[in-house]
Design a protein around this ligand. Structure first.
Ligand code: NAI
Length: 729
């Protein structure tokens, strides 16, 4: 017989054998979180466990949800401002006390991890003496807190350090937010056993209880030492100073407070007793949770990402559809990557180029990627062979019969794109979805070349396709709702994140990243030290430095885009305004013949034999009047000029109706064009700026006065500031 008591979020089920099962099962919620109900339940459960401890043989903690436990209550955290510091700290200590009381009860405590245990879930598990994880599909174990600007504050840092040692805890678990599949979590030392069935999981949990009637944690044993020694140990005395320096190098000096706090909590906590370590951890956690960066990152990487991926922008009422066979036209860099991404997701791919040989070269790209994956143990020979068998290279359009979707990635030439669609439109399935991966051409223009313009849509992938998670879906004027829904489903089917924009020159991503690059180049023209420009981009948190990015893209590209944009603007009766960067780029190309990396020389010099970047071109200072010491304009101005010009133009894109969702803008900017993650994305950056939207507007006006009218805040921004309203969907 089982006696059941419910303490709201945790069910107490006691069996005749004296083993208590604590079932995490927050009523009315799809997942368990550390909300107020849970915290009350934890206290109540600890009271009861202590009161009945004599008759308890052991405790198993498991969950009735699909996931074991989700983590902290992020909605609550979004509300926690600086005034809530003490309150947050006390709540944090209360959770820790609850877990600690169970951990030190003197009875074996086992986590039966039935599904994902991320963040708070792993913290609960680490408070247990033994962890058995079910190898459930898609289940992940780890501490992703750092990716949300937080640290695992419910004992996660203190216990991981004691379990694995300072170095492994930091590098394998805490600093990068790794999410391990159960078997990998076993290798990393986070769990003790991995099993295949729930029955086995409970059998193993009970076996542990039977074998260890008086369990205690290793760190509560007399004479316990942290594995690998503490940083006070002579071995660490050598390594310790390198920790902050390495961390800084990894982050490029970008303002991410979480890794710094994690490092501090781990190192300081390792030198004191467990209870004190938990308090230290709590202080560092509180500092993060009341700060702006965590809010930005939670907004983007949790709420916005969820909204975008779950289809907030997908037309309602259209049955989801899976693609079975896709035609990829053009097996160059992009086509080859797209073919791989589709085949990886289980879709049959017919990869067409001008000849079967050319198409086979595109397929060879997948072979290369898979060879690397195999060498690293990330795939098996069987899986590799299956994936490759799904890609059929061809030079013959007739082989595209039966394809229910087409993704075109031939040269960026409208006439050629029209031609290849004409060739295949009658061959593929009569209702096939027709997509172009153009990066600059208007979708509405390309749609003129197909018979079914309502089935035609832009699907803008990013390079390298296998690594870049974003796809920008572009709706042309004649694109139908059904095509939009199908394009959305296809992007999800290949496990990428779709944002949706309306047709416009450069769409959202290419247009906005252009401003970032122009701003960096313009500063060189103003005589700012080029090395400082690069450093400003890096320290603002951009993954690529601005001048090196320009070199990669080639200096001829902005000239081409500028000409096209100028022509289109003037044809439409608009007035064309040059950018200060234009003259720098023109001089670089025309006067110095420096067109970028592929041309062997750009803002950087490149080694003639290896092609490796060899340093900034000394001529930059000489010919553009460099100040030599980087003090011409304040460093903050350099960084904010880059961030602001992107943010301001994004607001214009909202005004123009090219963007229709704040979440799309935030996610697209981070995942597509490297807008710094700590900002929470391009519009969240405005929301989170000191003083909110009004503070941002005031600062934009200062930049406008100092650097030009491109920083003038658009009307929508000013309105938002006046109403005190953040950008939100
Ligand atoms: P690429 O030059 O590497 O490849 C183009 C391929 O198209 C070549 O293999 C060529 O043989 C093939 N092709 C030419 N005529 C063809 C025809 N009649 N039938 C079949 N195949 C034909 O170019 P890349 O970089 O892959 O770009 C392709 C498209 O993707 C362009 O529209 C480009 O603007 C766009 N794009 C490029 C990005 C990039 O980072 N390179 C990013 C996003 C989009």
């Amino acid at each position: 017989m089982t006696q059941t008591t419910t303490a709201s979020a945790i069910r107490w089920e006691r069996g005749d054998d004296g083993v208590v099962t604590l079932v995490l099962d927050d009523p009315g919620q799809s997942a368990n979180t550390m909300n107020a109900g849970f915290i009350d339940s934890l206290d109540a459960i600890a009271d009861r466990a202590e009161a009945e401890s004599e008759s308890i043989r052991g405790i198993v903690i498991t969950s009735a949800k699909k996931t074991f436990f989700a983590g902290g209550d992020l909605k609550d955290m979004m509300q926690a401002g600086p005034d809530h510091a003490q309150e947050m700290f006390e709540v944090n200590l209360r959770i820790k006390r609850g877990l600690r009381r169970l951990e030190t009860l003197g009875k074996p405590l086992v986590a039966a991890i039935n599904g994902a245990a991320l963040g708070g879930g792993l913290e609960i598990a680490l408070a247990c003496h033994h962890r058995v994880a079910l190898d459930a599909p898609g289940s992940r174990i780890g501490f992703p807190e750092v990716t949300l600007g937080l640290l695992p504050g419910a004992g996660g840092v203190a216990r991981t350090v004691r379990l694995l040692g300072v170095t492994d805890a930091l590098l394998k678990v805490l600093l990068q937010g790794q999410r391990y599949a159960p078997k990998r979590a076993l290798d990393a030392g986070l769990v003790h056993e991995v099993v295949d069935t729930p029955e086995e999981m409970f059998t193993r949990a009970r076996a542990f209880i039977d074998a260890h009637p008086e369990s205690i944690q290793p760190w509560d044993e007399k004479g316990y030492r942290i594995p690998g020694g503490t940083p006070a140990h002579p071995k660490f005395a050598v390594n310790l100073p390198a920790f902050p320096a390495n961390l800084r190098k990894q982050l490029n000096g970008a303002p991410y407070p979480a890794p710094r706090n994690i490092l501090a909590a781990a190192v300081e906590g390792s030198q004191v007793d467990f209870e004190t370590a938990q308090v230290i951890e709590g202080r560092y956690f509180t500092e993060l949770v009341i700060g702006q960066t965590a809010k930005n990152m939670i907004q983007a990487f949790f709420f916005d990402l969820q909204a975008v991926n779950s289809g907030a922008n997908r037309p309602q009422g259209i049955e989801p559809q899976q693609v079975r066979k896709v035609a990829v036209l053009g097996a160059g860099m992009m086509g080859a990557g797209i073919a791989y991404a589709c085949a990886k997701a289980g879709i049959e791919v017919v990869l067409k180029d001008v000849s079967t040989e050319a198409a086979a070269q595109g397929k060879a790209y997948s072979e290369g990627l898979l060879a690397k994956a195999l060498a690293k143990g990330r795939t098996t020979e069987a899986k590799r062979d299956e994936l490759l068998a799904r890609i059929t290279p061809t030079g013959d359009a007739a082989d595209l019969a039966g394809c229910d979707a087409v993704i075109e990635a031939v040269f960026e030439d409208p006439a050629l794109k029209h031609k290849v669609f004409q060739e295949i439109e009658g061959v593929v399935a009569p209702d096939a979805l027709l997509c172009s991966n153009t990066s600059t051409l208007p979708i509405t223009l390309l749609a003129e070349g197909v018979q079914r313009a309502d089935d035609f849509i832009g699907l803008h992938f990013f390079s390298p396709v296998d690594k870049m998670p974003l796809v920008e879906i572009i709706k042309g004027e004649r694109t139908g709702e059904k095509a939009l829904a199908r394009a959305f489903d296809l992007v999800r089917q290949i496990n990428k994140t779709p944002i949706v924009v309306n047709d416009s020159r450069g769409f959202f991503t290419s247009r906005v990243i252009g401003h970032f690059i122009n701003e960096g180049v313009a500063m060189v023209g103003e005589g700012v030290d080029p090395a400082s420009v690069e450093q400003a981009a890096a320290q603002a948190g951009y993954p690529a430095k601005v001048l090196s990015l320009m070199d990669e893209l080639t200096l001829t590209l902005p000239r081409k885009i500028r000409e096209e944009t100028r022509r289109a603007t003037e044809e439409a009766g608009g007035s064309w305004r040059p950018h200060p960067a234009d003259t720098v780029i023109d001089r670089m190309v025309e006067e110095f013949g420096r067109t970028g990396r592929s041309g062997g020389a750009g803002f950087y010099d490149y080694d003639e034999t290896t092609g490796k970047r060899a340093g900034l071109w000394p001529g930059l200072r000489e010919h553009f009047g460099g100040d030599g010491d980087g003090t011409r304009i304040p460093f903050t101005d350099m960084q904010e000029r880059m961030l602001f010009c992107e943010a301001i133009d994004t607001v214009r894109l909202l005004e123009e109706g090219v963007l229709t969702s704040v979440a799309d803008a935030n996610i697209g900017s981070i995942l597509g064009i490297g807008f710094p993650g700590w900002t929470g994305g391009v519009l969240q950056y405005i929301n989170g700026y000191e003083g909110g939207v009004a503070g941002f507007v005031a600062r934009a006006r200062e930049l406008e006065a100092a650097y030009g009218e491109r920083f003038a805040p658009p009307a929508l921004l000013v309105e938002k500031a006046e109403r005190g309203e953040p950008f939100a969907d």
